[in-house]
Design a protein around this ligand. Structure first.
Ligand code: SAM
Length: 283
């Protein structure tokens, strides 16, 4: 097979493509990065793969050879034409021309689940909507087994951070509640056409069968986490009281009962401590 660089240059020329920056179009042209994505996703003939933002079809072509079925979701009309031309003769290919955030993924998975043993998400994500996509995949409690995606390096750091340690944000806690996260490979900005300003990283999220901590009210648990990260420089006490989670009086008593320092910040808490806080306050 041609290298992905040659393949991409050929398609760009043939279809007169100029990348649409507003849609986060940075086409991956690095064989090694492509191979790392495919290897870390562990695709088999028993898998349904959902690819978000297939673009010119670089990953799609390889996924179609490995998976039972590939559902590719793409927003851009021009990409849709190319993808139809390239893959219409594959009977394991389904193309959805829609904004991924509006697709009913649960329904799509339900339609296909009886024919497969697992569902995997694979993508070089459009960076401008990385967080909403990851949140959608996790919060909708979809029956997916793993998420293997290329994201901007800074976002990768946040998604794979250890709660309570460096680089955390509210999404770190969400990811580590639902998944085991690992970093796969750093990808320099020169691995894309056009080159984005930032470097990237492939990450792999293995969806957990059960959460690692006991939470009595999940919605409230995530509300508490969000509230404590809204004003990063504030203490947990101020963050939670300013965002209407509980009164200062109750929060002070809680910190005392849970043996936490009154000046502690949300970012230094681990998942278990947040679970205890949310269980305490939702009693
Ligand atoms: N997979 C290709 C690759 O690796 O070269 C393209 C990846 S490019 C970073 C992101 C892709 O996501 C583009 O094809 C873009 O058109 C598509 N995209 C952007 N916003 C989207 C959305 N809301 N829903 C679905 N696809 C979207």
């Amino acid at each position: 097979m041609n290298s992905v660089l040659e393949e991409t240059k050929f398609l760009i020329k043939k279809y007169h493509i100029s990348a649409n920056k507003n849609l986060g179009q940075n086409f991956l042209v690095d064989d090694e990065a492509v191979n790392h994505i495919l290897e870390s996703a562990h695709i088999t003939k028993n898998d349904l793969v959902i690819e978000i933002g297939p673009g010119l079809g670089t990953l799609t072509a390889r996924l179609l050879e490995k998976a039972h079925k590939v559902i590719a979701i793409e927003l851009d009309d021009k990409m849709i034409t190319i993808l139809q031309d390239r893959f219409h003769f594959y009977d394991n290919f389904e193309l959805i021309h829609q904004d991924v955030l509006k697709v009913d993924l649960k329904q799509k998975i339900d339609e296909n689940i009886s024919a497969v043993s697992s569902v995997k998400i694979v993508a070089n994500l459009p960076y401008y909507i990385t967080t909403p996509i990851i949140m959608k995949l996790l919060e909708e409690r979809l029956p997916i087994d793993s998420i293997t995606v290329m994201v901007q390096k800074e976002v990768a750091d946040r998604l794979t951070a250890v709660p309570g340690k460096k680089n955390t944000g509210a999404i770190t806690y969400c990811v580590s509640y639902y998944c085991e996260a690992s970093e796969v490979i750093l990808v320099p900005n020169t691995s894309f056409i056009p080159s984005p300003e930032v470097n990237s990283e492939v990450i792999h999220l293995e969806v957990r069968k059960a959460p690692p901590v006991l939470v009595s009210n999940e919605t409230f648990f995530f509300k508490v986490i969000q509230a404590s990260f809204m004003q990063r420089r504030k203490t947990l006490l101020n963050g939670l009281s300013n965002n209407g989670i509980a009164s200062k009086e109750l929060l002070k008593k809680m910190l005392e009962d849970l043996q936490l320092d009154e000046n502690i910040r949300g970012e230094s808490l681990d998942l278990n401590q947040f679970a205890k806080i949310s269980n305490y306050l939702s009693k």
